[in-house]
Design a protein around this ligand. Structure first.
Ligand code: SAH
Length: 452
């Protein structure tokens, strides 16, 4: 493992990915969010950038009127031809942002241990499907698979398979390379439910899908890291006339400029999504996230398993978090769609509501607490003990600081878990868990890791 770390550190150093100079997508927003949202604030030269997707969207708006922020976000990110995620690698130095698994191998290793610990806690089922939503470069699953391999004797009787839900042909190609060690792009059939297949470097079958519904049912453990923040959100503004949806229209200042406007009257979305007891003046809702949570809930209720969701987010108290990143810098959300990342904080309270209490929810718990509970300090010491190279030790410590420091990712990132109720009701051990008064079994990460 130390050798692997060394290789990754060398690679990162070669790429200049020290992590610390890169802007992370979770960075706190400047104040006065509404001004940022409804104003433009962009440079003149940026405003002139007319991308094919901007052309497509202005054509659409001219034909059928202003579009919702959700439609804008969906088109900008996943339009099959011009969507941001579809045809380029946005992660790392040459991209637009960097994520925890790309910063330190320890992150993925601890998540791997979480899955093994939950697999043990649920009675070591004979099959284990690991399902990752939005796997990026495949680094996180690769680190998890290395842990599975090292715990081979424990998992030897278990039939393990990997199922990746990924819309991007480009990223699935990179995932295949990371996980199988070869390019299996030639087998790609983007129209089939399983659009690609491969075998991991350790001999585990891997399947790729466009959507969660295509993944076969069965005991599954789900993972979503920085996935939910990429799903399209609707935005609503409280006005004197009541709630109005924020829409995107062509700016009269120029044919190729966009601006935010408010729907002139209430829309079905504003009537349906806003709760009567809402106290905020501006609200973001992600119905796609709700649908995915309901699907995960159905599956966990029927087949067992668990889901681990990690992302930046809040508990139903933030307002305008919609933002864009390009080349590691904040970017105007309405400029050059298709060339920049669009993201919004995940509302964990909404995710919890969407489970309808049919599964137990754990968290959100801060990343620094989760990783501490998972034993990150011990893991760091073990790795440091095995490395003498000063630059690599420094790299390791910087990675740890980035993941754990409350001012970096430690506080802004959260872990959120979904588990069957029965997983939490048959134990005599006590652990304090947020939002789950009835829970009495330690679930690693949300309480201290206990190996039985
Ligand atoms: N989990 C990775 C990558 C995060 S970026 C990491 O932490 O490094 C978001 C990922 O979600 C990308 O792989 C992107 O292609 C994928 N994605 C975005 N929208 C998606 C959708 N609607 N369905 C499936 N995958 C999606």
């Amino acid at each position: 493992m130390a050798r692997l770390l060394a290789r990754r550190a060398q690679l990162a150093a070669a790429r200049g990915v020290s992590g610390l100079k890169r802007l992370l997508r979770h960075h706190a927003l400047p104040p006065a969010p509404r001004r940022r949202c409804f104003g433009s604030g962009s440079k003149a030269e940026d405003r002139g950038q007319v991308t094919p997707l901007l052309k497509h969207l202005t054509f659409k708006i001219k034909s059928t009127g202003p579009i919702t922020v959700a439609e804008y976000m969906r088109e900008a990110l996943t339009n099959p031809v011009e969507g941001y995620y579809m045809h380029h690698d946005m992660l790392g130095e040459k991209g637009d942002f960097i994520t925890s698994p790309e910063i330190s191998q320890i992150f993925g290793e601890l998540i791997g241990i979480w899955y093994v610990s939950e697999w043990i806690a649920t009675g070591k089922p004979k099959t284990l499907q690991l399902v990752e939503l939005g796997p990026g470069r495949g680094t996180l699953t690769d680190d998890i698979l290395r842990v599975f391999n090292q715990l081979g004797s424990l998992l030897s009787k278990c039939d393990i398979s990997i199922h990746l839900v990924e819309v991007s042909p480009k990223l699935s190609e990179i995932q295949a390379l990371t996980l199988t060690g070869e390019n299996i792009q030639s087998e790609l059939d983007i129209a089939a439910p399983v659009y690609m297949k491969g075998i991991s470097k350790t001999g585990i079958p891997i399947f790729w899908y466009q959507q969660l519904q295509d993944v076969p049912q069965g005991t599954s453990f789900y993972l979503a890291h920085e996935f939910f923040d990429a799903l399209p959100i609707h935005k609503f503004q409280r006005t004197e006339q009541g709630w109005r949806e924020v829409l995107i229209d062509i700016d009269p200042k120029g044919p190729d400029q966009l601006r935010f406007v408010l729907a002139p009257s209430a829309t079905p979305a504003s009537e349906y999504f806003i709760q009567d007891q809402e106290t905020r003046d501006h609200v973001e809702i992600c119905p796609d996230a709700g649908i995915i949570i309901q699907r995960l809930t159905d599956r966990i209720q029927e087949d067992g398993g668990a889901a681990l969701i990690a992302d930046y987010g809040h508990n139903g108290n933030k307002t305008d978090t919609f933002r864009s990143f390009r080349n590691h810098k904040l970017h105007d959300v309405l400029i050059a769609p298709g060339t920049a990342d669009l993201t919004a904080d995940v509302d964990f309270s909404y995710l919890r509501t969407m489970t309808q209490g049919r599964v137990a929810t754990l968290g959100p718990i801060k990343q620094q607490d989760f990783l501490k509970n998972m034993g990150i300090d011990v893991r760091l010491q073990v790795l440091l003990r095995n490395i003498s190279d000063t630059a690599m030790r420094e790299q390791l410590l910087q990675g740890y600081d980035m993941l754990m420091n409350p001012k970096k990712m430690g506080d802004r990132f959260n872990f959120f878990g979904l588990l069957p109720h029965q997983r939490l009701t048959h134990s005599d051990q006590k652990v304090s868990l947020q939002h789950s008064k009835s829970l009495s079994t330690p679930v690693a990460g949300f309480g201290e890791l206990v190996w039985k």
